[in-house]
Ligand binder design. Structure first.
Ligand code: FES
Length: 115
C-alpha cells in the first residue's frame, strides 16, 4: 500500500520562492527531487549524490520523522553556508512523516565562495 503524502511547506526565499510554497510530496522520494518537481530551483551541483552540499536546507519542523544524517552527509554539511543543528542535504533526505517545514539558506556554498 502506498504511504500517504507528506505535506511540505517551504518558507519564503527571496530568489527561489519569494512567496513560499506548500505541496504534497511523495513519501520515500528525495526531498531535492520533490522541491525541483514543485518549481523550486534548488542547486544540486553534484547531481544529487551527496558530494557537494549545494542542496543544503534547514528542516525547521518534521526532521524527527526522517532518517538521521550519516557520516558522509555530516562531512559534506561541514562545508555548507549557515550550518545549524537542523541542517540537512536535500538529496540525502527521503521524504517521510506527516509534514516538513523547509527553510532554504540565503546562500549556497557556491555563492558564498563567489561573494
Ligand atoms: S546535490 Fe550535491 S550534495 Fe545534494
Amino acid at each position: 500500500m502506498e504511504k500517504p503524502p507528506t505535506r511540505v511547506r517551504v518558507l519564503p526565499h527571496p530568489q527561489l520562492c519569494p512567496e513560499g510554497s506548500e505541496f504534497d510530496a511523495k513519501a520515500g522520494r528525495k526531498l531535492v527531487d520533490e522541491l525541483l518537481a514543485h518549481g523550486i530551483a534548488i542547486e544540486h551541483a553534484c547531481e544529487k549524490v551527496g558530494a557537494c552540499a549545494t542542496c543544503h536546507v534547514h528542516l525547521r519542523e518534521g526532521g524527527e520523522h526522517v532518517a538521521p544524517a550519516d557520516d558522509e552527509e555530516e562531512d559534506q554539511l561541514d562545508d555548507a553556508w549557515g550550518l545549524d543543528a537542523q541542517s540537512r542535504l536535500a538529496c540525502c533526505v527521503k521524504v517521510k512523516g506527516p509534514g516538513l517545514v523547509v527553510e532554504l539558506p540565503r546562500y549556497t556554498k557556491n555563492h558564498a565562495r563567489e561573494a
